[in-house]
Design a protein around this ligand. Sequence first.
Ligand SMILES: Nc1ncnc2c1ncn2[C@@H]1O[C@H](COP(=O)(O)OP(=O)(O)OP(=O)(O)O)[C@@H](O)[C@H]1O
Ligand SMILES: [Mg+2]
Length: 301
Amino acid sequence: MTTAIAPELHSPASAEATSDVRSVATPEAAVAVSPALLAEHVTKRFVVDRRKAPVTAIEDVSLRLERGTIHGVLGANGSGKSTLIRLVSGLLTLDEGRVEVFGHDIEREELAVKRLINRVSVDAAFFKKLSPMENLLFAARLYGLDAGEAKRQAAVILARLGIGESRLGRPVEQMSRGMQQKVAIARALLTSPTLLLLDEPTTGLDPRSKLDVQAFVEEVRDVHGATIVLTTHDLAEAERLCDRITILAGGRVVAEDTPAGLKRLVNERYGQPETLEAVFMTFTGRSLDDDDVESAEADTE
Ligand SMILES: Nc1ncnc2c1ncn2[C@@H]1O[C@H](COP(=O)(O)OP(=O)(O)OP(=O)(O)O)[C@@H](O)[C@H]1O
Ligand SMILES: [Mg+2]
């Protein structure tokens, strides 16, 4: 059976590419402990105008995500969240640093990495004239999934996200943005999802749809053991879903911890209330009490 929500990958080859392992008794053992995502000193610059200095969108970012966790990336508009996600998914090339997905180097082992990750962004692209089911089956074919199994799985995932049978056959272009967003998530889950990159997956969804998607994201982690990177501007969502949170400001990591750890930190160090909002304001330079906050200098653009 071709399980859509693929569990683990065991490839001895990946051990060779993995320097950051705790056990190296056998190649298999090494693979077993390589993190889902490892980014080391990643930098990305964009040349917007040749006469001017490039824009540094991501600067010296290091991240380590253990398997089976949901990792939030928070930051103000333009802080580099989407760029980071696009770098990890291979849509952009790294200027500096390295990234490994389950022990596979994203530059040297592009194909292996492509099979293990999928990205959903707010501006997901579809064949608009095709139905949700057709879009999902097309994606399944690209990934070499068995058609019959893919169809069965697609119906289950779409139903789970609240897209009933009656909508499965109608063109995507007739659906609302929120509905299209759910189809995009369903498609990502169908085709890969050992490491799922969700860039603002619930932006623009109504409250009920948002809850559907959030519950589903948790389910994907809990039941299928997927590892998830999630960007969001919804702090309640981050608090609910994330095991750990990285905060970016001006392309740099300015804080990283569990939600509880971050809240405790701003309370103990800066006398702020123990809320994720205070954490965000403190570390992104928009403090509730600017005088007190050293980290607030972080240069958001
Ligand atoms: N293709 C590009 N060309 C030039 N500059 C870019 C490009 N993509 C992103 N940038 C710049 O990189 C910086 C980071 O952008 P990015 O989209 O990663 O931010 P973000 O944190 O996702 O913001 P938002 O919360 O608005 O989605 C911004 O200054 C942006 O203008
Ligand atoms: Mg973005």
